[in-house]
Design a protein around this ligand. Structure first.
Ligand SMILES: Cc1ncc(COP(=O)(O)O)c(C=O)c1O
Length: 386
């Protein structure tokens, strides 16, 4: 098990069915048809963890393991790249080059003459930029990726591997988001952001529709009585919102959804506490690099405001403990990938939190390990036992 560490838990006082349809079902059908047609597509495994369930006092514990997703190491491969394809398809239609190109035609190279001058850009703390860069290469357009000061060189190299131009900017992730948006505005580039804000929702909606496939596969793979709880990590909230929506679409009743964030970047918990989207300022100095976000995504918040049943904020050490726990079970999971597991184990070991969340020996818990060792050097350092 992991050591008992302090954490925050907020039961959502306004939990219920969200009033806004953030991700229309037709959009997901399109995303699923496109992405499952990409070369190299295969569902990632849903791993049963009976020993861990037993020692945590849970009935069932299953982990959707995204380490092998398209060879990119994280679920983000589903989102950014899909949004790049959609964006290019829309632009080629606008230019009168192709009416409805789609990813198959974009990748076969027959439209490269028109796509090679189109530039896509985004900010990233690693995984999203890798997906956008991979998509740009796959669909033959140019790509410029903005990273903030503390994004590790390993993660930058992984993005540059797909021939993207990298620009490092001062500040935190949210500063890089603004830098990418400003450069796009100046140069006529397309922003492929995984976060949304008023007036910018179309592309992040595509990103989230792509993420939904991860939750949809998990629902297909789930055997026996449906899950009672889902613990899912939150950065800007896009992944958690996509999972929330797909759980509601696939299970009735939907499992109780707990959003888990690093305690140094808990903008979704802060938003739930304030009852309105709330920014957490500062350098968001957490080891869980993919979750180091201080501003919730507008679309994600529209879902999670009511769709999430609870919010947790956990310390970095609990993520390290969980990486080691999974490594001992032969599962490679990165810092940001294990936050849901950490939240689940911390809550299960706390009588008051377990009681508030209704967790006990009959609970069937679904978790998403959203990344593998996306920075292998850092991974090795962190899992090395003292
Ligand atoms: C591995 C991993 N898990 C989860 C997340 C959180 O996703 P979101 O920012 O959509 O909440 C990220 C974001 O980068 C990530 O890289």
């Amino acid at each position: 098990m992991i050591q008992p560490l302090p954490f925050s838990l907020l039961i959502n006082p306004v939990a219920g069915t969200p009033g806004v349809v953030v991700l229309p079902v037709a959009g997901f059908r399109r995303a699923k048809a496109e992405i499952t047609g990409w070369e190299g597509y295969a569902p990632t495994p849903l791993r049963d963890l009976p020993d861990l369930a037993r020692s945590a006092g849970l009935g069932t514990l299953r982990l959707k393991d995204e380490a092998t997703r398209f060879g990119l190491g994280s679920f983000k491969a589903l989102g950014g790249a899909y949004a790049v394809a959609n964006l290019l398809t829309a632009d080629l239609a606008r230019l009168g080059v192709a009416r409805a190109a789609g990813s198959a035609q974009l990748s076969d190279g027959s439209l490269t003459h028109a796509t090679r001058d189109i530039v896509v850009t985004c900010a990233t703390d690693g995984n999203h930029g890798r997906s956008v860069a991979w998509g740009a290469r796959r669909f033959h357009c140019r790509c410029v990726i903005f990273v903030h000061e503390t994004v590790s060189q390993g993660r930058v190299d992984a993005i540059a591997h797909y021939s993207a131009e990298i620009r490092r900017v001062p500040g935190n992730y949210d500063d890089a988001v603004r830098a990418a948006a400003a450069a796009a505005h100046e140069n006529g580039w397309f922003v492929v952001s995984d976060t949304s804000w008023p007036g910018y929702t179309e592309t992040p909606r595509d990103v989230m529709q792509g993420y939904r496939l991860m939750a949809d596969e998990a629902a297909d793979q789930w055997i026996g009585p449906p899950p009672t709880h889902v613990f899912i990590q939150g950065g800007v909230g896009g992944a958690a919102a996509a999972v929330s929506i797909q759980m509601r679409a696939r299970f009735n009743p939907a499992p109780l959804l707990v959003v888990v964030e690093p305690d140094r970047a808990a903008c979704l918990l802060a938003s739930a506490r304030a009852g309105t989207p709330t920014t957490v300022p500062g350098d968001l100095d957490t080891l869980m690099a993919g979750l180091a976000c201080g501003e919730p995504s507008l679309l994600a918040w529209q879902e999670l405001e009511r769709g999430a049943d609870a919010f947790m904020a956990i310390p970095d050490q609990s993520a390290v403990d969980c990486m080691r726990l999974l490594a001992r079970a032969g599962i490679e999971a990165g810092e940001s990938g294990v936050a849901g597991l950490a939240g689940c184990l911390l809550a299960a070991a706390s009588p008051s939190a377990a009681s508030l969340l209704g967790i006990n020996q009959t609970s069937r818990v679904l978790l998403f390990s959203t990344e593998g060792a996306t920075d292998p050097v850092l991974y090795r350092q962190l899992v090395a036992e003292d």
